[in-house]
Write a protein that binds this ligand. Structure first.
Ligand SMILES: Cc1cc2nc3c(=O)[nH]c(=O)nc-3n(C[C@H](O)[C@H](O)[C@H](O)COP(=O)(O)OP(=O)(O)OC[C@H]3O[C@@H](n4cnc5c(N)ncnc54)[C@H](O)[C@@H]3O)c2cc1C
Length: 343
């Protein structure tokens, strides 16, 4: 039995997003997990950071929010709502952020929850900062050992958020939240649960949506997290820049060169041909499965391997092949880099 915190941000209790929150609560409890819900609109969460967040300000005449946040966290003089949410985060083994996508991000009330709850000393500024070490962050920190997942409803179609979609790839759009907010204080981040084209859904579609969500909730403690690079595992140099030959901008050969190609994996043609192409069964150098290259395997031995691809090729499963490649490339390419380099 594990503990799950759902942080929910939708103003309408009868909405689709709220129905997903209710369904997650019921499903997780049915699996004997303990669940707490922070329903931000229902509880009229105060999303506005201010000096009132600190009960004993050290510098009352000029607000330095981060500084006061650090002192208040260390001195246990934060306002009660902030401390209450931090306690819930520490209590949880997994955290689900549940929200509709609003302007390519989360609703402001949820952003305000992060701004106030993720305090200095709690979520950032943790660990030793000395010499080349920039503290415990990106894979290490106060929330290490916990899992996190986004549940996001969106008006846009899946194709709008695909590798060549007009809105930009969904991995890029969620990068600031998944990598910048959740991975930063140490949580392992699972692939998101996404509902595209939400306005097109009807009540009749609900059973399929609900059962798809149940499968993801059942994997909350077993599914493979997104393999982001950790800060302190030697991939970044003393300036916190990705080392040469890793990630984007490293030249035209080796794993680095794959970043610019990540968007070249749309499924355009016949299923079998596409699966073969993606899994490296045939074709010339250009069509090879990039994650099978010796350089890539040396650097990322844990990435999906040939056996993984063989099994799914036999099932003709394009989605699984693409997921395997994407997972592999996550370790090489930082989505934000890919987005910037788009031509
Ligand atoms: C300010 C703002 C900014 C936005 N920005 C973006 C953006 O950047 N990108 C983007 O893609 N979209 C954007 N949108 C669209 C937004 O993401 C969608 O409006 C949202 O995902 C819909 O979710 P909902 O929970 O409000 O759905 P609802 O409107 O409550 O429901 C959607 C549909 O689900 C059906 N449904 C099926 N089962 C159920 C059930 N059990 N309970 C309730 N309803 C059910 C309903 O009948 C309805 O037709 C934006 C919207 C707003 C208001």
């Amino acid at each position: 039995m594990s503990k799950v915190l759902i942080v929910h941000a939708h103003p309408e209790p009868k909405s689709l997003t709220s129905a997903l929150k209710d369904h997650a609560t019921t499903t997780l409890r049915a699996h004997k997990h303990e669940v707490q819900v922070s329903d931000l609109y229902a509880s009229a969460w105060n999303a506005v950071a201010s000096r009132a967040d600190f009960l004993q300000p050290v510098q009352p005449d000029r607000l330095l929010y981060a500084t006061e946040s650090g002192f208040a966290f260390a001195g246990r003089s934060q306002s009660a709502d902030i401390e209450g949410e931090q306690e819930k985060l520490l209590w949880a083994d997994a955290v689900i952020l549940s929200f509709p996508m609003w302007w390519f991000s989360m609703p402001a009330i949820l952003k305000g929850w992060i701004d106030r709850v993720f305090a200095l000393g709690f979520a950032y500024g943790v660990g030793e900062h000395e010499g080349e070490r920039w503290g415990d962050r990106y894979g290490e920190g106060t929330l290490t050992g916990r899992r996190a997942m986004l549940t996001v409803t969106m008006g846009g179609h899946e194709s709008h958020y695909g590798p060549r979609g007009v809105n930009g790839a969904i991995d890029d759009i969620l990068w600031p939240i998944q990598h910048g907010v959740l991975f930063y204080p140490g949580m392992e981040v699972l692939p998101p649960f996404l509902i595209y084209q939400s306005h097109g859904l009807t009540e009749a579609d609900w059973p399929e949506v609900a059962s798809r969500y149940e499968r993801r909730l059942e994997g909350l403690f077993t599914d493979r997290p997104i393999p982001f690079r950790t800060q302190n595992s030697g991939h970044y140099d003393a300036q916190q820049a990705l080392k040469p030959r890793l990630g984007g901008g490293g030249g035209s050969r080796g794993p680095a060169a794959l970043c610019g190609r990540r968007r070249e994996f749309p499924v355009r043609t016949g299923k079998y041909r596409e699966v073969s192409r993606l899994s490296g069964r045939r074709g010339g150098r250009r069509d090879r499965n990039p994650t099978a290259s010796p350089g890539f395997r040396r650097e990322f031995p844990g990435a999906p391997n040939r056996e993984h691809f063989r099994g799914i090729r036999e099932r003709n499963d394009i989605a699984a092949v693409e997921q395997g490649i994407t997972e592999g490339l996550h370790q090489v390419c930082r989505p934000s880099v890919v987005a910037v380099r788009r031509q």
